[in-house]
Design a protein around this ligand. Structure first.
Ligand code: TXA
Ligand code: MG
Length: 313
């Protein structure tokens, strides 16, 4: 592993890209200060250039060199970093971040990953790393090295850290203009309940006039998480040719592709297994996936968000 980390850092130094594990999903990493490296990321992913990338840093002090952290934003970082929370803050002038990373916006999305391998690569390279999920734009995010190899065969080097622990992408938030509440841009492993509890801040998902604020994350507008199979949500039955994505104890007839997200209805486990389940269904060649209902609480909000996008094709 040590050798892989050193090789990854060398590739980053030459402005190449590498796939690396984070606790959420695998990322396609490049030096966030180098236009050439960042351009390569966009090209490999087939990502539209208006969709900005997340910058990965070691800690809050590194983040503060790139972005302007208000008191509220600092509190969020103090509580949840390192971990699966991305904070969107005003970009610091002269931070040297490639304008391709921010898609020309005056804000920047930053997170400090908790995965030991991502942290080793940050430490060894001494760089700040731009890393979107390591999948072709619009496809299901990778939670193991095999998913990356399959989805992005052109990637020269993958640091294999096994399966990721959280299984879905980081929660993305931004502080409201008054710094007293948090706007949720993308639900994820850090739940709105946890944010409210730990910080005392109010978490809102709209602007108070019923206008949904989520599309502020430009990527949220795009088609996403599309498996080859059609996705049918809240299904209590299954139709011929369908596979079943289960949630809770269930026995299913032989011959029906069945992948249980969590037999014990554990939402964290379901999130961890979600993308692997979608990838697995495509490997089985099912025409459609019947998904059992998953409650809209805690991480269930993020699971349903990803499933809704997978179903909207
Ligand atoms: O867990 C994760 O966040 C993973 C791992 C690799 O860290 N990364 C990830 O990146 O999910 P990506 O590119 O798949 O999603 C980044 C999202 C996009 O929806 C993008 O629009 C949003 O972050 N974003 C980036 N910069 C932003 C900004 N300045 N304002 C609002 N949204 C931003
Ligand atoms: Mg992505």
């Amino acid at each position: 592993m040590r050798e892989d980390v050193i090789k990854a850092a060398e590739i980053l130094a030459q402005f190449g890209v590498v796939a690396m594990p984070t606790e959420t999903v695998y990322g396609l990493a490049g030096d966030a200060r180098n236009d050439f490296a960042v351009r390569k990321i966009f090209k490999l992913k087939g990502r539209p250039t208006f969709n900005p990338l997340i910058v990965h840093v070691m800690d809050l002090s590194a983040a503060m060199k790139i972005g302007e952290f208000s008191e509220g934003a600092c509190r969020l970082a103090d509580v949840f970093w390192p971990g699966p929370l991305t904070i969107v803050v005003p970009l610091k002038p002269g931070a040297g971040i490639s304008s391709l990373v921010t898609a020309g916006l005056d804000t920047v999305a930053i997170r400090s990953p908790a995965h030991p391998i991502a942290r080793m690569i940050l430490a060894e390279s001494g760089r700040v790393i731009a890393a979107p999920s390591a999948n072709r734009s619009g496809q299901v995010s990778p939670t193991c090295a095999a998913h990356v190899r399959l989805g992005l065969p052109e990637v020269d080097f993958i640091v294999d850290g096994g399966e990721t622990m959280r299984g879905i992408e980081s929660t993305i938030v931004q502080m409201g203009p008054d710094d007293a509440h948090v706007i949720l841009l993308r639900p994820g492993p850090v739940t709105i309940e946890a944010i409210a509890m730990a910080t005392g801040l109010n978490v809102i998902t709209d602007d108070g006039r019923g206008e949904n604020l989520r599309p502020i994350a430009p990527g949220a507008l795009l088609k996403h998480y599309a498996p080859k199979a059609a996705v049918r949500l809240d299904a209590l039955d299954h139709l011929p040719g369908e596979g079943v994505l289960g949630f809770g104890p269930e026995e299913i007839g032989a011959g029906v592709p069945f992948y249980n997200l969590s037999e014990t209805k554990d939402l964290d486990e379901a999130a961890q297994r979600l993308f692997a389940g979608l990838h697995w269904m495509d490997e089985q060649g099912v025409s459609a996936i019947a998904v059992r209902p998953i409650p809209l609480q805690g991480v269930g909000l993020a699971i349903n968000d990803r499933l809704n996008r997978a179903a909207a094709q």
